[in-house]
Each structure stands twice: as structure tokens, then as C-alpha cells.
Design a protein around this ligand. Structure first.
Ligand code: FNR
Length: 358
């Protein structure tokens, strides 16, 4: 793990209520996938190319929904005010200052309009995307999409891997099911059909299907990303359903504990998509080297989840800024050491599996 991220993780663990630390840190089942997401990166190496120096490297990437100053965005994670009183406002400010995209969760503890306003106050051109779990009631889904549009979000990220809530042993052991008093899923207020949002499970639909993607395509002209894709055939179906991009993700090991490591599922999805839409990877990214490996395997960018929560818990906005700075700086350094003059130099032939020679 990047040393700055490790330091902030330790600080966050010390600062957080252990129940909330475990909510953020934990995974589903026996936490096999949680461990594998990071371990799989350790099994991969990058062959450096030599005599290909450059004074500086352009790290920017354009995606449907915004320009990223580095190939890294902030994945949606729930309930930032469990980590810090400023919650998603602090995260949004730091992410906007770093020139990248925050995917703000449907399960945010600050309403999406305030999150976007906080980002825009730092950078009027900042892009915030809205993460959505399709709801059982289409009217509720439509209402949430309208809230994202009214707030000025630049894309909607539809999370597909959660027909039911993952079973988290740590939360069960703590009896942690409800948000503490004073905190709520603010995007879920005053929805058609009554209140939602006091519990950790904020309404995942067991009947979620490709129909929901078609519904969303009708409801909004914003770019739609599909998050939680691991099977290459689902990636092809997603393209057929006119998504603007795909996020290869196992939800940070919080849903199926039988899933492969995210980075191991990435190449087959990239191959299936054949360049028709960009592919983002999240899960286990803990340093600039992980970013470089994911890009070499065909990702257009990566998402980071827990490291941002550790920065937020350790030091609010400044902590998130340090996480993003450290990842950008280390990625740029790794790229230089690999002979990369730009992102296009990160190609799949550079990736080898440790211990096998191939
Ligand atoms: C998440 N993630 C997530 N994803 C999503 O689509 N909607 C959500 O509400 C949440 N909530 C959430 C809470 C917490 C505490 C965590 C750690 C994660 C998953 C997230 O977007 C992303 O897929 C993973 O966090 C990526 O893995 P790393 O970077 O945490 O290893």
C-alpha cells in the first residue's frame, strides 16, 4: 500500500468508532474477495520499457460525463458523515480541487444538490456523478434521477451487483443495522411511497433487471454507467443497452464472496467491449502501481473507495486531498519508471504474472 494511504488508514482506524470502522473496512461472507482484490494486484508486475524518457506526462483522460485530470475517480461509498461531520461536502471539495470526479452515492448523508454545489464552489467546471440503485418502484427511480439532474450531475452510475444486500459479518456481530441519530440517507427523503433511508440497506431491488436500464435510458439523457459488471457477456449486454461506460467491480468485496478479484475479471471485459465504451475498474487500488497495472490491462481509469474514507476520517477534506495527491504522484512516478510518456504507453504486453515468467 502507498505509504501515505497506510498512514491515513492507521489514523482513521484510531479516530473512528470501531463499529463504523468495521462497516467501512469489512466485506461480505468470509471476506475472501475483500482480500483478493488487493492480493491480485500483488501477483502482477509491469515490464518497464527503457530509453523512453519524457520531461512530463499528461495524465488526463476524457470520459462520458467529464474530464479527469488523472485516470482515477472516487467510487461511490455510503454515509460519509460516519467518517467526518462534513461528510460528502468535504469529499466533494477535495475531489474537485484534485480535478477529478466524485461519484456521489445514493446513500449519501448529504443531499446531492449540496454535494454538487460544494464541488462547484471549488471548481465551477467540476463534474459530480450520481450513483443509483434501481428501485422496485419506478416512480421512486424516476424521482431519484430527477434529483440528480436537477442537482447538475454529469452522469448516472447504475449499480447492478446488488439485488440483495451483502451479508457483512462484522456489522452483524456489532448489531449495526441503523444509522446513528442525526444521520440519514438524505437523497431518500420525501420519496413517493413513503420514507426510506434510516437503515444501512437503503432499498436495493431484488427484481433489478435489464428493463431498469431501458427505463433509465428513457428517463434521462445523461451518460449512464453500469457498475458491478464482471462477466464479459454482461458487458456486451450493457453496450447493447446503450451504456456510456462500464465499471468492472465486485463492490469492494461487499456483495458476492465468490466473485473473482476485480483486476482478474478486467481483461475479459475489456476484450468483450472491443473499445466501444470505456471500462473503469474499482476494487483493491491502493497505490500508483495498481493504477498503472489496471490501465495496462485496458481500464480507462480506476475508482477508489476505502482509501478516500480513510483520508476523510483521518483529516476531513485535507485527508481526502492527501489520498488523491499521493495516488496521482505515485502513479506519475510509476509511469515514468515504466518508460511511459503518456497513458497510451501502458499496454497489456507490459503485464506479467509474478512467479510464472509470463
Ligand atoms: C461501497 N461501495 C458502494 N458502491 C455502490 O455502488 N453504492 C454504494 O452505496 C456503495 N457503498 C459502499 C460503502 C462502503 C463503506 C464501501 C467500502 C464501498 C462500493 C464502492 O463503490 C467500490 O466498488 C469499492 O469500494 C471499491 O473497492 P475499494 O477501493 O474500497 O477496495
Amino acid at each position: 500500500m502507498n505509504t501515505v494511504l497506510a498512514e491515513l488508514h492507521d489514523k482513521a482506524r484510531a479516530a473512528l468508532d470501531p463499529v463504523h470502522y468495521d462497516y467501512y473496512a469489512g466485506g461480505a461472507g468470509e471476506e475472501v474477495v475483500l482480500g483478493e482484490n488487493e492480493a491480485a494486484f500483488r501477483r502482477l508486475a509491469l515490464l518497464p520499457r527503457v530509453l523512453r524518457g519524457a520531461a512530463t506526462r499528461d495524465l488526463g483522460v476524457d470520459l462520458p460525463g467529464g474530464h479527469l485530470g488523472m485516470p482515477l475517480l472516487v467510487a461511490p461509498t455510503a454515509f460519509h458523515r460516519l467518517a467526518h461531520p462534513d461528510g460528502e461536502l468535504a469529499t466533494a471539495r477535495a475531489v474537485a480541487a484534485a480535478g477529478t470526479v466524485l461519484v456521489s452515492g445514493m446513500a449519501a448523508t448529504v443531499a446531492i444538490g449540496e454535494v454538487v454545489a460544494a464541488a462547484r464552489a471549488v471548481d465551477p467546471a467540476a463534474s459530480v456523478w450520481f450513483q443509483l440503485y434501481p428501485q422496485t418502484d419506478d416512480d421512486v427511480t424516476a424521482c431519484l434521477v430527477r434529483r440528480a439532474e436537477d442537482a447538475g450531475c454529469a452522469a448516472v452510475v447504475v449499480t447492478a451487483d446488488s439485488p440483495v444486500f451483502g451479508r457483512h459479518r462484522r456489522d452483524a456481530e456489532h448489531g449495526f443495522h441503523d444509522l446513528p441519530p442525526g444521520l440519514a440517507a438524505e437523497n431518500m427523503r420525501d420519496l413517493p411511497g413513503g420514507p426510506l433511508g434510516g437503515t444501512l440497506d437503503i432499498g436495493m431491488s431484488p427484481t433489478v433487471s435489464w428493463r431498469h436500464l431501458d427505463l433509465l435510458r428513457e428517463l434521462t439523457s445523461l451518460p449512464l454507467w453500469l457498475k458491478g459488471v464482471l462477466h464479459p457477456e454482461d458487458a456486451v449486454l450493457a453496450v447493447d443497452h446503450r451504456v456510456a461506460g462500464i465499471v468492472v467491480s465486485n463492490h469492494g468485496g461487499r456483495q458476492s464472496d465468490l466473485a473473482p478479484a476485480a483486476v482478474e475479471a478486467l481483461p475479459a471485459v475489456v476484450d468483450a467491449v472491443e473499445g466501444r465504451v470505456p471500462v473503469v475498474l474499482d476494487g483493491g487500488v491502493r497505490g500508483g502501481g495498481d493504477v498503472a497495472v489496471a490501465l495496462a490491462l485496458g481500464a480507462a481509469a480506476v475508482g477508489v473507495g476505502r482509501p478516500v474514507l480513510w483520508g476523510l476520517a483521518a483529516d476531513g477534506e485535507a485527508g481526502v486531498a492527501r489520498v488523491l495527491d499521493a495516488l496521482r504522484d505515485e502513479f506519475d512516478h510509476v509511469l515514468a519508471l515504466c518508460g511511459g510518456r503518456g497513458l497510451a504507453d501502458l499496454t497489456r504486453d507490459l503485464v506479467v504474472t509474478r512467479g510464472t515468467g509470463v
